[in-house]
Design a protein around this ligand. Structure first.
Ligand SMILES: NC(=O)c1ccc[n+]([C@@H]2O[C@H](COP(=O)([O-])OP(=O)(O)OC[C@H]3O[C@@H](n4cnc5c(N)ncnc54)[C@H](OP(=O)(O)O)[C@@H]3O)[C@@H](O)[C@H]2O)c1
Length: 278
């Protein structure tokens, strides 16, 4: 039977915009008290207002997920306000573009700090609470990370990003099996191109190099599509959440046949005139 989410609190990072925002609103509509975090407070306040105006409960905290202590304070604040934390959606993340040889070491380290360590920084304190409050040896809780379809395939000009998403994916799978006997669920979410601030944010970063490689709009989805899938996974937990079966199959085939994939990628990039330093 699908889980009734009413009254089960969730803490979400990157909740002021895009997928995080849509998911926060969808979770609140499912009856979950929602803790919202991000670095900018103004968009978080807008989401809080939207949720409370619809009768939901929300709290806001300004948090940089690369800061483990700040993430722990966010989880503590969630527990203090709502009594517990049932779920976490580690969603904060950003894109970085450019050929690896032109990106600085710092730019590459930074993306792992946010996209990968930001996930663990949020998972760890929430998990500690879940395990501490085991009943009859069984914990209750759900950890979700917003990875990407690109977690399955390193892609030219965005490979540090793909690698950071692969780390979420691989750690998520490991934790899923490690924590299953203890009662805590772990899921990774694999959106395809989604219409959010993501591509503009990547294009405007000082540490990005080269042209934007945003997918054509017809191949993208609205963030509400991802939000619905996340709520579906909270109700009926599963390991991986995909929002396009077609893309999932394409990536599975691309991984199975790397030689063909390299030829297709090479041809596509040549036809776009993309190359190092472009
Ligand atoms: N859009 C896509 O095509 C797509 C596809 C697959 C996966 N994803 C993943 O989906 C997630 C959400 O992205 P989105 O598409 O919704 O883009 P978005 O609208 O740019 O959302 C990213 C959010 O993360 C927050 N954030 C970034 N760095 C942060 C940090 N260091 N600490 C705390 N918060 C931080 C941003 O808020 P502040 O700037 O206020 O901190 C922003 O609200 C990301 O993990 C992304 O990798 C996106």
């Amino acid at each position: 039977m699908p889980r009734d989410l009413t009254g089960l609190p969730i803490a979400i990072s990157g909740a002021g915009t895009g997928i995080g925002r849509a998911t926060a609103i969808a979770c609140a509509r499912a009856g979950m008290p929602v803790a919202l975090s991000g670095r900018r407070e103004a968009p978080l306040r807008e989401v809080e207002e939207r949720i409370t105006s619809e009768g939901g409960r929300a709290l806001v905290m300004s948090v940089d997920v690369a800061d483990a202590a700040a993430c722990a304070r966010f989880v503590d604040a969630t527990i203090e306000r709502f009594g517990t934390v049932y779920a976490v959606f580690a969603n904060a993340g950003y894109g970085l573009r450019g050929p690896v040889h032109e990106l600085t070491d710092q730019a590459i380290r930074d993306i792992f700090e946010t996209n990968f360590w930001g996930t663990l920084n949020l998972f760890r304190p929430a998990l500690a609470h879940m395990l501490e409050h085991r009943e009859g040896g069984t914990a209750r809780g759900h950890l979700l990370a917003c990875s990407s379809c690109l977690s399955k395939l390193g892609t030219p000009f965005t490979s540090p990003y793909s690698a950071s998403k692969a780390m979420q994916d691989h750690i998520g799978r490991g934790m899923r099996h490690e924590l299953a006997p203890l009662g805590v669920r772990v899921s990774t979410v694999h959106p395809i191109g989604t219409r959010t601030e993501f591509f503009d944010a990547a294009a405007s970063r000082d540490d990005s190099v080269g042209q934007s490689l945003a997918p054509p709009r017809m191949f993208t989805q609205p963030p509400d599509r991802v939000a619905r899938a996340v709520v579906g996974c909270l109700r009926k937990p599963r390991g991986e959440v995909w929002t396009s079966h077609t893309v999932r199959l394409v990536f599975a085939a691309a991984t199975a046949f790397p030689g063909i994939t390299d030829r297709v990628l090479g041809r596509a990039l040549r036809s776009k005139g993309a190359g190092a330093g472009s």
